[in-house]
Design a binder for this molecule. Structure first.
Ligand SMILES: *Cc1c(COP(=O)(O)O)cnc(C)c1O
Length: 367
């Protein structure tokens, strides 16, 4: 194979040549040129969700989970009480963060193939006035479900509570508007729909909420308040920034805006998702979710019906054809996942469908 395989995974994903090239230079963390890049990145991230003026963007070193944990730890006071509607592994991770940080937790549990319902959340908030925050995962990347962010934001606001959104795998591809969708904080990362390399995440937090967050965090390194105050005062990151990642993320955002921002990115992923689901369906591969709740980000498929099927060997065969699949994350049935994001080259998603068709033919012949 002449080229490294394309990643059909929901982060890390295949970045463009221009994004990779922007990592070929070193930056000083105190250097004003670098700190202007950080400032530009944060301003553009705020603009993507129309949050300039009301919210602040606080970047943080690390993968997305670091920022989710930092947001819960910094923005939920120690006496707070978090409601987590759960329909997948990323919701469960938020619940686990609440337990580890000692924040009071209530969950509403759903099946892995059902979307969260705003009515259930409203009922729970009415029944328990002690709940201070709701933490919602917008696109549940474990099965690929789109949860109803706008409807949930509306009931949370109506009940006078705060909303924290894990928008990790939707930010930049699915529209979110801070002017009409009230939230205290929204979290995403460099290596997802904005197609940068992994290594930094960010929290878009309401300024009035951040201003009141001093002293909430149990942790020094994960204290978003401290990171925000320090950055405002010095223009620098507290502690060593992931310089190459920030520079490449800046380039990736540039390309994103030139491509046509959220509308274009969302349309490209939706087209990928259609090509994938239709193409696989012709190969006899069934997707797991009902179309109505399928986000155009990542698709879960039932395992191929082959004798002696094993994900590992299927994965290896598809990799030999130039594509990296993602294992399933469901608890009870055998599945695998395919991400719709990233730079998939000239043949795009059709190339991936062709590769899987060839692999299935090979494995069938060998069986
Ligand atoms: C990717 C992702 C995260 C963060 O996971 P990391 O492995 O820490 O990058 C959190 N929530 C959702 C919904 C995600 O898709």
């Amino acid at each position: 194979m002449s080229q490294v395989p394309y990643l059909l995974t929901p982060g890390p994903l295949t970045t463009s040549q221009a994004t990779k090239q922007s990592m070929l230079r070193d930056w000083g963390s105190w250097d004003s040129d670098f700190n202007q890049i950080t400032r530009r990145v944060c301003e553009r991230l705020l603009a993507i969700v129309q949050a300039a003026g009301t919210h602040e963007c606080v970047p943080l070193q690390g993968s997305g989970t670091f920022s989710v944990e930092a947001a819960i730890g910094t923005l939920v006071p120690r006496g707070g009480h978090v409601l987590v509607p759960q329909n997948g592994a990323y919701c469960q991770r938020i619940a686990r963060i609440c337990r580890v940080l000692g924040r009071k937790l209530t969950t509403i549990d759903y099946a892995e193939d059902a979307a969260v319902r705003a009515e259930d959340i409203e009922r729970q908030l009415q029944a328990d006035p002690g709940i201070t925050h709701v933490a919602l995962v917008h696109c549940e990347t474990s099965a690929g479900i789109l949860n109803p962010l706008e409807a949930v934001a509306e009931v949370v606001a109506r009940q006078g509570r705060a909303l924290i959104v894990d928008a990790m795998s939707s930010f930049g591809a699915l529209p979110i508007d801070a002017r009409t969708t009230p939230f205290d904080a929204l979290i995403a990362a460099s290596g997802k729909c904005l197609e940068g390399p992994p290594g930094m995440a960010f929290v878009i937090a309401k300024r009035s909420v951040l201003e009141r967050a001093e002293g909430n965090s149990h942790s020094l390194a994960m204290d978003l308040y401290d990171q925000w105050v320090y950055m405002q005062r010095t223009t620098q990151w507290r502690f060593t920034p992931p310089t190459h990642v920030v520079a490449a993320f800046d380039s990736a955002i540039d390309q994103y805006l030139r491509e046509g921002a959220c509308a274009a990115r969302g349309a490209r992923y939706a087209a990928n998702c259609r090509t994938l689901v239709n193409g696989f369906s012709q190969l006899g591969l069934r997707s797991f979710l009902p179309a109505a709740i399928q986000a155009p980000i990542i698709v879960t498929f039932h395992a191929p019906r082959l004798p002696h099927y094993e994900f590992r060997s299927f994965y290896a065969a598809v990799k030999a054809h130039g594509y990296i699949l993602y294992p399933g994350k469901l608890t009870s049935i055998e599945t695998f996942r395919v991400g719709c994001m990233g730079q998939l080259g000239e043949r795009g998603m059709a190339g991936a469908v062709e590769a899987v068709a060839e692999v299935l033919a090979e494995l069938t012949a060998a069986a």
